[in-house]
Design a binder for this molecule. Sequence first.
Ligand SMILES: *Cc1c(COP(=O)(O)O)cnc(C)c1O
Length: 350
Amino acid sequence: MAGTGVRVDLLSDTVTVPTAGMRRAMADAEVGDDVFGEDPTVRALEEEIAALLGHEAGLFCPTGSLANQLGLRLHTGPGREVIADSLAHILRAELGAAATFSGITSRTWTSVAGRADPATVLGLMLPGADAYQVSTALIALENTHNFAGGTIQPYAALAAIREGSRPHGVAMHLDGARLWNAHVATGVSMAAYGSMVDTVSVCLSKGLGAPVGSVLVGSRAAMAEARVWRKRYGAGMRQVGILAAAGRYAVTHHLDRLADDHARARRFAEAAAEVAPGIVTVADVETNIVLLDVGVIGRAAAEVVAGFAEHGVRCYAMAPTKVRLVWHLDVDDAGTDIAIAAARATLFTP
Ligand SMILES: *Cc1c(COP(=O)(O)O)cnc(C)c1O
């Protein structure tokens, strides 16, 4: 937990530290040189995550950004286009990587609470435009949607987008950094989500609590190509089974407990909505993220974040009037109570 005086860290679900069991699994991991494909723990992780998502093969990556950018790269190329939500992590939080490394252009749709509307997405798509306009090569979706507050893409919408884009040869990539949360919240299997797209990235380092790591999955041929690009980007790793072991441990031991994070986030949101009506739509708190619209009570995000900090609660000013709080395995019921007390003190307007 970073910083002095932080009692409850809701800055992000990346702030978790490895548990004792996870550290033991890391220490005991069998390793080899993964650039030569000889790390048994990495191979096991890649196979397990691919199977879980119903795809042929996987590729271990140090970050979710790299896994996403490899995914984008596979389906597009210079002068071709990806379309995505205007608040998509791939476009807003990966620092222009798609343009910088792959020469990809992008257009965006806007959404209500991050949920992609099939008619809007398919209406924006422009495949086969040839010599006059940029052709859409890829639709990228995010599930759950981080900057929209951890909202879930309804399965029927994913299916409609898949059905409407596939005949046009437009590929789909899913930024599934928190697909685990969508799966636990809805009961829709990881494989069912995986079946809707050509490639998926999932993070092990968010709510699952691994210190590092993401996995990209797709066809065997696509992952072979992604492996070449990963090395080209300088991310060929050696005895990295020590990290893959943390990821395998996380999936085995920390997946089901995401439901606790969801319940705690919801309980916090209900309390916040009670003290400051309209500040959060409780029904939109579907997973582990709570997004407070503090503009509703005429406050600035930075001021509210400072108010929470006075009570030992760290959270994130995501936009001038938006505060994000994220639940994870290092925050329990008692921590949630502290956050609720901080909300009552900070958000109350007499
Ligand atoms: C965290 C996150 C990623 C990956 O981030 P890294 O810090 O590069 O691991 C990708 N997409 C979303 C939606 C995320 O929240």
